[in-house]
Design a protein around this ligand. Structure first.
Ligand code: NAD
Length: 349
């Protein structure tokens, strides 16, 4: 076991995921000793964690193993989640609810046993009522509008249940729980293919893969609106909220709302390619959603402020490089893969 005496300690649950990987890197840069835990490794880079436990947080024994001490800070990001292609089809509802609720029930029981003082939980804008998100130009996602509850997905209902679970542990056991409602986080090292990717990554991939003069397909009519927060500002907001005195759930999102059609046009412009857009039927979720940042500004004295285009340029460059398979900054084990594949192809030929 590493010597953690002199350092503040943090536990990141879901450390193998997109936000978890970036959070671990930031906590390390800030001087923490970090334990990460996840079912899987980070897909695109080595974890920066001092210690990485592989296991299933649905298993109470593994959860207990992770929470064997009262860490200074615990961040709970593990969830069964995905983009619209995963959450809104209905095919995964039972798994999403069962898996994520079990993870949160286990974590809180073990955190209480370990006398954890402060725990951060990642909720979602998907908890907001569908009835407030029917007008793409005027969605209402102020924190106080969460009730009467009517999320449009079982993913959102599970998040709402778990928000209440964290608040109950805070009330009954004196645990300091901080809850963020993330709104569409994007950036390098986020899933960009396979069905769990979100709109910015999916559009960047489609544009990067398209031949100049061709077109890309967009789900819906393109008029549905969203806002997208770049990963660096998500991490900044997460740390500020986790360490704050504010006790209620807070939006961590961008308030720069954009239609999906305009998002596609922006990515096409960034790529410099001559491409058309074809709108096709597909899952789209609510008609409009935007982060209301009134509360975060007053609660934390801070709110995200960077323009969408800035993060989109970095993300497009990263996905384009992934698509073209011309990344040079990967660890050796990943760069070795094409060589191995070439060898296999050689054997088959
Ligand atoms: P992600 O899917 O990349 O990361 C989640 C991680 O949890 C994955 O690495 C996964 O392997 C892990 N996990 C799932 N089930 C597990 C289990 N049983 N045991 C151990 N690990 C398990 O997702 P992300 O984008 O990094 O999101 C992190 C958190 O933020 C999630 O709770 C998500 O619901 C929430 N959130 C994210 C967004 C977003 O836009 N990315 C928006 C709203 C809320």
């Amino acid at each position: 076991m590493a010597n953690t005496d002199m350092k503040r300690t943090a536990l990141v649950l879901g450390a193998g995921g997109f936000i978890g990987g970036h959070l671990v890197r930031r906590l390390k840069a800030d001087g923490f000793w970090v334990r990460g835990a996840d079912l899987k490794d980070n897909e695109f880079s080595e974890s920066a964690a001092d210690e990485f436990l592989h296991g299933d947080l649905r298993d109470p024994h593994f959860t207990k193993f992770c929470l064997d001490r009262p860490f200074d800070e615990v961040y709970q990001l593990a969830a069964d989640m995905g983009g619209a292609g995963y959450i809104f089809t209905g095919e995964h509802d039972a798994d999403i609810m069962h898996n994520s609720a079990t993870i949160n029930l286990n974590i809180l029981a073990e955190a209480q046993r370990a006398r954890v003082k402060r725990i951060f939980y990642s909720s979602s804008a998907c908890i907001y009522p569908a009835y407030n998100q029917t007008d793409p130009d005027n969605p209402n996602c102020a924190e106080a509008s969460a009730y009467p509850a009517a999320p449009d997905s079982e993913y959102g209902w599970e998040k709402l249940f778990s928000e209440r679970l964290y608040k109950a542990y805070g009330r009954n056991y004196g645990m300091t729980c901080r809850i963020a409602r993330y709104h569409n986080i994007f950036g390098p090292e986020g899933t960009w293919r396979g069905g769990k990717e979100k709109a910015p990554a999916a559009i960047c991939r489609k544009v990067a893969e398209a031949r100049p003069g061709g077109f890309i397909e967009i789900w819906g009519d393109g008029a549905q609106t969203r806002s997208f927060l770049y990963i660096d500002e998500c991490i900044e907001g997460t740390l500020r909220l986790a360490r704050s005195n504010y006790e209620e759930p807070v939006n961590i999102g961008s308030s720069e709302m954009i239609s999906i059609g305009a998002l596609a046009r922006l990515v096409i412009a960034i790529s410099g390619k001559d491409l058309g857009i074809k709108f096709v039927p597909g899952p789209q979720g609510v008609r409009g959603r935007n982060s209301d940042n009134t509360l975060v500004r007053s609660a934390l004295g801070w709110a995200p402020s960077r323009p969408l285009e800035e993060g989109l340029r970095k993300t497009y460059a990263w996905i384009e490089a992934e698509v073209e398979g011309r990344r040079t900054d990967l660890p050796e084990r990943v760069n070795a893969v094409p060589g191995r594949l070439a060898a296999v192809a050689g054997q088959l030929a």
